[in-house]
Each structure stands twice: as C-alpha cells, then as structure tokens.
Design a protein around this ligand. Structure first.
Ligand code: NAD
Ligand code: UDP
Length: 353
C-alpha cells in the first residue's frame, strides 16, 4: 500500500541521474513531457549538475540521495512516488579502476542492480531501460564483426567493468523470462562525448581523465600539457584507434525513445538490445583535428605506445535502433567537439565553483 501522500503522477526513476549521461537525459525527458525523480548517491557527481538541469528545464528537479544497494532507501522512494519505469544509469564506470577494485565494481553494479530489481518487483514496477556498453563486444568480436551488430558475439570482456555490464544484461534477460509483463530495453552505448548546447552541463571527470574527449578538452584549455595518443600503428586509416563517438544529447534522446518503445504494443524482447552509436568510426587524430578547428586552439599531442586492453576499431551498426525506436544520431563530430569545448571553456573546473 502506498501512503496517502504518495504522488499520483507517474514518475520515471532515474538512477545515477546526476551523472554525465543521466543529467543530459533529464533535460530530454523533461522536453518530452516526462516527470522524473533522480536517485543518486553522488559518488561520482554533484548536486550542482541537478541545479543546472533545473535552470535549463525551468523546473525543480526531484532528487532523492541514496545508494542503489540500500534496499530500505529505495523502498522509501518507491513508496513516496508512483514509479512507472526506471532508467538505470547508476554504476561505476572506470575500466582501469575496475581491475584494481573488482569487488567494489561487482557489488556496486551487479548487486546494486539486483537490489533495484527486487524493489521494482515488490512495487510492481515492470519497465527498465538499462545502460550497457559496447564493451560487451570482446576483442575477437571487434576484429571480425565490424560494424558491430547486436547479435555479434559478446562476453569474454577484458575487464571487470565490462563483465558487470555483461552479467547485468544476462540477469535482466533471466528476470524478463521469470516475470510476467516485465520489460527491459538494453542500450549499448558506444563513446558518448559532447555536452548540452547551453555549455552549463557536461562531463566532469574526477582527476586525470581516462577518456579521450575530456583529455583533449583539458589540453586545449591549458590544464594538461599534451595528450598522449595511445598507439600510432593500428590497422586503421591513420594508425590511431577508431571509435564511434556519439553526442550525449543524441544518446539522451535514445532513452526517451526507449521509454516510448517499452510502453508500446510493439515491444518485442528480441529487438530490445540496441546499439546506440552513429555508425561512423573516427580516429584519435580526426578527433584532435576537429577539436582544434572548432576551438581555434592547438591540442599538443605525442604518439606513445598502445594502451593495454585497447582495440583498433569499434563502431556500431546502428540500423536496428533506427528500425525499432525510430532513433538515429543527428550530431556530427564538429558539433560534439564544439559543445565539449563550450562546456570545458565555460567551466574549466567542471562543477566546482
Ligand atoms: P557517471 O559516473 O557520470 O554517472 C553515474 C552516476 O551514478 C553518478 O552520478 C554516480 O554518483 C551514480 N552512482 C554510482 N553508483 C551508485 C550507487 N551505488 N547508487 C546510487 N548512485 C550511484 O557516468 P555516466 O558516464 O553518466 O554513465 C552512466 C551509465 O552509462 C553507467 O552505468 C555507465 O557504466 C554507462 N556507460 C557509460 C559510458 C561512458 O563512456 N560514459 C559508456 C557506456 C556505458
Ligand atoms: N585515447 C588516447 N589518449 C587518451 C585517451 C584515449 O589516445 O588519453 C584513445 C584510445 O586509445 C582509444 C580512443 O582514444 O583509441 C578512445 O578512448 P576512450 O578511453 O575514450 O574510450 P574507449 O577506449 O573505452 O573506447
């Protein structure tokens, strides 16, 4: 029984909504007319992001601070709000850190998802959109099945982070089979970059960035001396690694489409695991060039040895998302770089004021 004061509107619960992709998704959810509540323990984000989202959407953001592993706290949220569906971003995401702290990653990501699913079940909430990753396609797959289709082999990923995504995908499939009417859409993101066009929200990594785009941006703004390009001898068009970079706002919109799909009569589990990428592969040097063009800044770089665990090429066949969700990426790499630069140059210290 929900308490009398339970809110009657149907809400989308956005776990990890204060983070990079989550905060951008809130903006798109709001423009599509969804009401939502953010649940986040702020372990890798700040409430400042939510304040800024609130400014963009011109509306208060409902926020409940808590950990997805904290069953009681989650139950309270499900009792306070009428949760129709969950968009599940909450998780730890640093590949290198996951090798050093595997138990933390399994606990946070896998155990956290189990707790979330059990609370959803208790409260008869039957729809979830899950953040998976192209990392579930392994090294052998990326050599033999480019562009990657959803039915390309997965598993045997090289690190605990990737394995948490693989395990959760499988857990969700099992749960789908066991629960009448439970629906899941799994989105396999390629490489999210860029920021909201306002330049007020964006990616705010702790310490030295692991990912290419924030490193390029911090080099351009003068925070880093130069960028190390990991490997110049790959079998790619210029020898540097090729990835499918996708604008975070395009990615955010895929969640809105996924929510529509999950509630539609067309929902079909066979088409519910979807690549979210542009279908275009761009090299590290192409990204540097595009960034220099839009920022009018020089990005100093040195080609160094390959980073362990890196692959040569990874890009999506994104046609299924177009067919099933009616979604496709709209923003090119210049826009991705321009928006990253606007965010970085307006906020050289990220959300820290
Ligand atoms: P992020 O770190 O910016 O956001 C994750 C959010 O989850 C943070 O706000 C963090 O505080 C919160 N969180 C983490 N553990 C939590 C817990 N136990 N309880 C409550 N909140 C918790 O990361 P992001 O880039 O926005 O990624 C969002 C999701 O997308 C993650 O699941 C990530 O693995 C996945 N993903 C990200 C990328 C990428 O390159 N950014 C690529 C593929 C998949
Ligand atoms: N990369 C690089 N220097 C960096 C960070 C990344 O050359 O400081 C390269 C990396 O080798 C890969 C591409 O940029 O070819 C994207 O790396 P990122 O870590 O952003 O994403 P992922 O490897 O997870 O796809």
């Amino acid at each position: 029984m929900k308490p009398a004061e339970a809110l009657k509107n149907a809400y989308i619960l956005v776990t990890g909504g204060a983070g990079y992709i989550g905060s951008h998704t809130l903006v798109e959810l709001s423009s599509a007319g969804y009401d939502f509540v953010v649940y986040d323990n702020l372990c890798n984000s700040s409430q400042e992001a939510l304040k800024r989202v609130s400014k963009i959407i011109n509306k208060d953001v409902k926020f409940e601070q808590g950990d997805i592993r904290d069953k009681k706290a989650l139950q309270n949220v499900f009792e306070k709000y009428n949760i129709d569906s969950v968009v599940h971003f909450a998780g730890l995401k640093a590949v290198g850190e996951s090798v050093i702290k595997p138990l933390e990653y399994y606990d946070n990501n896998v155990n956290g998802t189990l707790v979330l699913l059990s609370v959803m079940k208790e409260h008869n909430c039957k729809k979830i959109v899950f953040s998976s990753s192209a990392t579930v396609y392994n090294e052998v797959t990326t050599k033999n099945y480019i562009p990657l289709k959803e039915d390309s082999p997965t598993g045997a990923t090289t690190n605990p982070y990737g394995r948490t995504k693989q395990f959760i995908e499988e857990i969700l499939q099992d749960f789908y089979i066991s629960e009448l009417d439970f629906k899941v859409v799994t989105l396999r993101y390629f490489n999210p970059v860029g920021a909201h066009e306002s330049g007020t929200i964006g990616e705010d990594p702790n310490g030295v960035p692991n990912n290419l785009m924030p490193f390029i941006a911090q080099t351009a703004v003068g925070k880093r001396e130069y960028l190390s390009v990991f490997g110049g001898d790959y079998d790619t068009y210029d020898g540097t690694g090729v990835r499918d970079y996708i604008h975070v706002v395009d990615l955010a919109n895929a969640h809105v489409k996924a929510l529509k799909y999950i509630s539609s009569a067309n929902f079909n589990i066979k088409n519910a695991t979807l690549n979210i990428g542009t279908g275009q592969g761009n090299s590290v040097l192409s990204m540097i060039k595009a960034f220099e063009k839009v920022s009018n800044k020089k990005v100093l770089y040195k080609i160094v040895k390959r980073r362990e665990g890196d692959i040569a090429k990874c890009f999506a066949d994104a046609s299924l998302a177009k067919e099933v969700l009616g979604w496709q990426a709209t923003k090119n790499i210049e826009t991705m770089c321009k928006d990253s630069w606007k965010w970085q140059s307006n906020n050289p210290k990220g959300y820290e004021t």
